[in-house]
Design a protein around this ligand. Structure first.
Ligand SMILES: Nc1nc2c(ncn2[C@@H]2O[C@H](COP(=O)(O)OP(=O)(O)O)[C@@H](O)[C@H]2O)c(=O)[nH]1
Ligand SMILES: [Mg+2]
Length: 323
């Protein structure tokens, strides 16, 4: 049994509140990405639309401007390694908002971090259990001025290669770290949500930790085994991906009234496959990280048409039957 479920519950009312307020925002902007079957049959690697790599049932997808801003935020200054800690109490304090990446060993956490940060700064390995410490990196500048800087944590994995003691320290971090604004749970696109992921999701809910699921290694689902795919073959692979995304939705929000549900979207990404120079889904994940830390660029609102302001008396007199 996972160590995650053996610990005493504790509430994080602050987190719950922030989830609640973001959920009410998302509810006002109900959005669902176009279904894959309605897409024209021209889905090739070179014209894969971002909308097929993410599924939004309760959020708005980022605009082109927001994705561009996210990309610039992550690349304008080189990322900085901040600290490594084996235990929660050894972690350095800081004022900047934090996000962390969790998931089974070998799911691609360290590779994703490198892809997001645009630098081979985190250790990756084909052998499970290579990341043994909690490692923190800064994006947007090395100084801890609390503003315009995001701290990103790479965590040891669980499952094969993971250790109970690491799980315990991660759990302490999730429960106690005030700077944490979002826990991103990485799930393999090919294998979907596993039992150990479900235990972690249950823990997030129980403790009120805000969370979002990201699908890793989407290149394997979409492109593996074939250099060029027919439209039908690509359509079939995309339908499989969509089904995996829908199964994630089912575990993230089993009950739509559940206030401690996760962010209502799934992003699929790849740390290896580039299309038109960009790694698949990486800017969308960057945007989700900035949004969690409230560092994202707000979409430009179209100016609302001025409305006529009518006093109650005026209105009443207009309503009165004449003659
Ligand atoms: N095809 C593919 N392989 C990946 C991707 N991300 C990671 N990998 C591979 O998966 C293995 C584990 O990656 P790593 O980042 O160390 O996983 P971690 O244990 O979760 O940190 C390595 O062999 C990586 O090269 C990806 O997006 N696509
Ligand atoms: Mg790792």
């Amino acid at each position: 049994m996972s160590v995650f479920l053996q610990l005493q519950p504790c509430t994080r009312s602050g987190f719950r509140r922030s989830i609640r307020s973001s959920k009410s925002f998302f509810h006002k902007h109900q959005y669902s990405s176009a279904s894959i079957s309605s897409k024209p049959s021209t889905l090739k690697a070179s014209n894969l639309e971002p909308s097929v790599l993410s599924y939004h049932w309760d959020t708005l997808p980022p605009t082109v401007g927001q994705l561009k801003h996210a990309s610039q935020f992550f690349t304008k200054k080189p990322p900085a390694f901040l600290w490594s800690a084996e235990k929660f109490k050894a972690m350095a304090f800081g004022d900047s908002p934090e996000v962390c990446f969790l998931g089974r060993s070998n799911v691609g956490k360290s590779s994703l971090l490198n892809a997001l940060l645009g630098d081979k700064i985190a250790h990756t390995s084909s052998k499970p259990g290579r990341t043994r410490l909690m490692n923190a990196f800064a994006v947007g500048g090395a100084e801890d001025n609390g503003k315009n800087r995001l701290v990103v944590l790479d965590m040891p994995g669980y499952g094969k290669g993971g250790r109970a003691e690491w799980g315990l320290q991660i759990l302490k971090y999730l429960e106690k770290r005030k700077q944490l604004t979002m826990a991103f749970l990485l799930v393999d696109s090919e294998h979907g949500v596993k039992e150990s992921d479900k235990q972690l999701l249950a823990m997030f809910r129980e403790k009120g930790v805000p969370f979002q699921v990201i699908l890793s290694k989407v290149d394997r689902v979409l492109f593996e085994g074939s250099r060029s795919l027919s439209d039908n073959a690509m359509q079939y692979r995309l339908s499989n991906l969509r089904r995996t995304m829908e199964s994630v939705q089912a575990v993230v929000q089993p009950d739509t009234e559940d206030e401690a549900g996760g962010v209502g979207e799934v992003i699929a990404c790849s740390s290896e496959k580039r299309v038109d120079g960009d790694l698949l889904g990486i800017n969308a994940v960057r945007f989700a990280m900035l949004r969690a830390a409230k560092l994202e660029r707000k979409p430009r609102m179209k100016e609302a048409k001025p409305v006529e302001i009518v006093s109650f008396d005026d209105l009443y007199s207009r309503m009165k039957p004449t003659g």
